[in-house]
Design a protein around this ligand. Structure first.
Ligand code: 13P
Length: 291
């Protein structure tokens, strides 16, 4: 019952003006920490794996872990493939049980982006319970195998956004509005709030049809996060924050306990630190008690 695709939970989030945390995980400890924290706060959850960890652990293994944890959890959980630019791998992950697939053909020309995104959307919709995220414009920074230099980042054109959504048949949409993957160079990155508002109005103004995704959550100030949600963002992606937490906690534990050789203790420290982060994000996004 807790296995769901993303669109279902995001329609509700958009209507009620909160966002569902979409947290990138690279290993089992992170996945367990994220699920436990969401259960404790009774929050809907999107677990994300980008292409590298999906290939390293294998889609079938991630799919099986997800199924086991989600089926017994009292909250809705979606498993999302993040930023995949390979149509065949998108299909393989959908076959393996991921319930939301992001085909990221945003570096392609508009027509080619539509062609690839539609191919994935058609495939996933034929499978049934799998929704699809597409991106228009490019988010700068590095997320796994996707790298976009600041100068090459292009914001999403609102008129094209409408056509993109209609021609591809995607379920959720990631418009580039100035957020970036990784660590922001300044505390107040330049975001195009007006652009987001216009896109939200064009796509969801009359009826909420295609929920909007905000990439690059790490480092955004709380008031900015809230403003993006109030303008229509209902899936909020966070990755770098969790990677840093994992690595800093591991280094910190080892530095303080140089003679300890019980890996379970490092895992426990990492799990506790990740849970604390997720707790922060879920409360900020307003998704506690929305399961
Ligand atoms: P951050 O790494 O900046 O949190 O971005 C995450 C993201 O957008 C994943 O798709």
């Amino acid at each position: 019952m807790a296995i769901v695709h993303a669109k279902e939970m995001l329609l509700k989030a958009t209507a009620e003006k909160y966002a569902v945390g979409a947290f990138n995980c690279t290993n089992l400890i992170q996945i367990e920490a994220v699920v436990e924290a969401a259960v404790e706060l009774n929050a809907p959850l999107i677990l994300q794996a980008s292409v590298a960890p999906s290939k390293f652990l294998r889609p079938e293994v991630i799919g099986a872990i997800y199924k086991t944890l989600a089926e017994s959890a009292p909250i809705p959980i979606c498993l999302h493939l993040d930023h995949c630019n390979d149509v065949a791998f998108c299909k393989a992950c959908a076959d393996a049980g991921y319930t939301n697939i992001m085909i990221d053909a945003s570096k392609q020309e508009f027509k080619e982006n539509i062609r690839q995104t539609k191919a994935v959307a058609d495939y996933c919709h034929r499978l049934g319970n799998v929704s699809v995220e597409g991106e228009l414009g490019t988010v700068s920074g590095v997320e796994d195998q996707v790298r976009v230099a600041d100068d090459d980042a292009e914001l999403c054109d609102p008129e094209q956004a409408m056509a993109f959504v209609e021609l591809t048949g995607i379920d959720i949409f990631a418009p580039a509005i100035g957020t970036a993957h990784g660590v922001y160079k300044t505390q107040n990155p330049k975001l195009d709030f007006d652009r987001l508002e216009k896109i939200a109005d064009l796509i969801n103004g009359r009826e909420i049809r295609v929920p909007l995704v905000i990439h690059g959550g790490t480092g955004l100030q709380p008031d900015v996060v809230k403003r993006l949600i109030s303008l229509g963002g209902s899936k909020f992606n966070v990755s770098t924050d969790l990677k840093h937490t994992l690595i800093d906690t591991t280094y910190g534990y080892i530095a303080a306990n140089r003679d300890e050789y019980n890996p379970g203790k490092i895992d426990a420290a990492v799990k506790a630190a990740i849970k604390e982060k997720i707790n922060y994000w879920i409360r900020l996004l307003g998704s506690a008690n929305k399961a």
